[in-house]
Every structure is written in structure tokens, then in C-alpha cells.
Design a protein around this ligand. Structure first.
Ligand code: IMP
Length: 182
């Protein structure tokens, strides 16, 4: 697999370039600006959702100018290109978030099941506030009723890889985002 190529193949499935690294970087920067404005004078605790959000987290935090700390949680719901319909928290939080101003960092909100599970888990800690910031949102498949506080990019219902997102764990290293070819 060649990073930067216009087409790639993972486990025999072809993907075509959909969002360039430059487009993603600009969208990430814009969402950071909104967070900096909304949280001026406050301290944010980011909860990054592994594995998919590692690249987004790294790039977003470079543009955050308010005081912040970051911690991680690990969730799993997808196998191949299918959501399993149930979400498991593979690795729980390593600290209590009571009284913190929490923003969850997700790679993608698809049905919203993972987000729902994360809210339920974190609300148990009684944070002072709790919001979500997602790199990508698939509005056509989102079934939740919670407001998505920050969205960098909205996309159609195509399966995508790259920039942290995977197909059977492959493709996370790609700087651009690719969608499966019809
Ligand atoms: P949800 O629970 O249906 O909202 O799905 C959220 C999780 O599914 C994300 O955190 C991703 O790990 C995974 N996911 C959803 N759509 C895609 C996709 O198009 N490519 C890769 N992973 C995806």
C-alpha cells in the first residue's frame, strides 16, 4: 500500500481517495477554533476513543490553546465493514472524571451506538459538563437523539478508511481518507 495513492487495496477490497490530508487538516483546525472559543478560561479534559481517534486527537490538540489534558478509552463495535450492533468498552478510563469539563473525541459517529455507550459510562463519573467532538459524522445513519456538539466533516453513508480509521485494522496509517469503491 502506497500512502498518497489515488486508489488503494486492502485485503482485496478497492478504495478510492475521498478526502485529502489538506482538507482534513483544515476541518480539524476549524473545529479546534470553535472549542478554543467555547472553552475560553476553562480547562478541558479530552477523552480520546481508541483506536480510531488517535490521529485526529494528535492533530486537534496541536491547535488547542485552552488548558487541557487528555486521557483514553477503548471501544469496539465494528468487524470488517459491519457494525456489530453492540459496543464493548475494551479498555476503561484510567481516572475518574468527576467535576471535569469533558469532551469526547471520536473518529466517526455512524449509528451513534458507540457515542451512547460512552456517554452512559462517562456520566457515571459526574463530570461538570460532557460534550462530543467527532472528526466525521454520517448523518444518514445516525439514529441517536443527542446533539453532536462538534463535527469536523459530515459524509455520506460510505465505508471509509484512513486517518486513523481501519478496515480489519488495516489502513489506519493513511494520511488521506478513502471510500470503498462501488
Ligand atoms: P457507531 O457506533 O455505529 O456510531 O460506530 C462508531 C464506530 O464504528 C467508530 O468509532 C468506528 O470505529 C466504526 N466505524 C463506523 N463507520 C466506519 C467506517 O466507515 N470506517 C471505519 N470504521 C467505521
Amino acid at each position: 500500500m502506497k500512502t498518497g495513492a489515488s486508489e488503494i487495496s486492502l485485503l482485496g477490497i478497492s478504495f478510492e481517495k475521498y478526502l485529502t490530508h489538506a482538507q482534513i487538516s483544515e476541518a480539524v483546525k476549524q473545529v479546534a477554533v470553535k472549542i478554543n472559543t467555547d472553552y475560553a478560561g476553562r480547562e478541558v479534559k479530552f477523552v480520546s476513543v481508541l483506536n480510531g481517534a488517535f490521529m485526529f486527537t494528535s492533530d486537534l490538540l496541536k491547535h488547542i490553546t485552552v488548558a487541557c489534558t487528555v486521557t483514553f478509552i477503548r471501544a469496539k463495535s465494528y468487524h470488517g465493514m459491519e457494525s456489530q450492533g453492540s459496543v464493548s468498552l475494551v479498555t476503561d478510563l484510567s481516572e475518574n472524571l468527576k467535576g471535569k469539563e469533558v469532551i469526547i473525541l471520536e473518529d466517526i459517529v455512524d449509528t451513534g451506538l458507540t457515542m451512547q455507550k460512552l456517554f452512559e459510562r462517562i456520566e457515571k463519573d459526574e463530570p461538570a459538563s460532557l460534550k462530543i467532538c467527532t472528526l466525521l459524522l454520517k448523518p444518514d445513519t445516525y439514529k441517536g437523539d443527542r446533539n453532536i456538539d462538534y463535527t469536523a466533516l459530515s459524509i455520506p453513508n460510505d465505508f471509509i478508511v484512513g486517518y486513523g480509521l481501519d478496515y480489519n485494522e488495516l489502513g489506519r496509517n493513511l494520511p488521506d481518507i478513502y471510500k470503498v469503491k462501488p
